[in-house]
Design a binder for this molecule. Structure first.
Ligand code: IMP
Ligand code: MG
Length: 175
């Protein structure tokens, strides 16, 4: 495992992200919606760096895998979200923007609930991976196309608790 972003670097990046979000949403009713599970560490740190009033919601984007072993559609329980989203400015928060598929599917679902706007914030954006025609609005770090763990990001549900972001070596990704 190779440290890509130290705890100090992550802290500085999150602080800077928080400043930009705070400036953008000043005088706008903000609802931050974290995408479970990967966003929880970022979300917890981020909201404590933002002093404007805000609401917090979580969305579990569960992906069903078909027999073809390709990703199926996202299943999201939108009922609980509706009240926190209608008429408010929504900021989707996720750990990483990789292909962009997850966020690309969540945005239209949120749009149906009548928000004032929907934007996205991520800790990391992987270079050269996007398969969608938009970019996240707030990005703390651009990283190379390597598999990373820590600060909420997992490999087989492990490593989320690391306080830094590390790249797994190919041999560590085997089993
Ligand atoms: P996307 O839909 O391809 O943008 O993928 C987003 C999701 O894939 C993230 O929320 C992560 O859960 C997962 N993911 C993508 N790249 C990595 C990685 O390098 N490490 C851990 N999880 C990743
Ligand atoms: Mg994940």
């Amino acid at each position: 495992m190779k440290v890509l972003l130290s705890e100090e670097q992550v802290r500085a990046g999150v602080q800077e992200l928080a400043r930009r979000i705070e400036d953008y949403y000043r005088d706008k009713p903000l609802t931050m919606v974290g995408v479970l599970i990967g966003s929880i560490v970022l979300l917890a740190d981020l909201i404590r760096q933002i002093s404007i009033p805000l609401r917090v919601e979580l969305v579990q984007a569960r992906r069903y895998w078909g027999q073809a072993r390709r990703p199926g559609p996202l299943a999201v329980d939108l009922e609980v979200l509706a009240a926190a989203v209608r008429g408010r400015h929504v900021l989707l928060v996720d750990d990483i923007f990789d292909t962009g598929q997850t966020i690309a599917e969540l945005i239209p679902m949120l749009d149906e609930l009548g928000p004032a706007s929907v934007r996205t914030a991520v800790l990391l954006r992987k270079q050269g991976r996007s398969q969608v025609d938009f970019q996240p609005d707030f990005v703390a770090f651009d990283i190379p196309d390597v598999f990373v763990v820590g600060y909420g990001l997992d490999y087989n549900d492990m490593y989320r608790n690391l306080p830094y972001v590390a790249a797994l070596e190919p041999e560590e990704l085997a089993g």
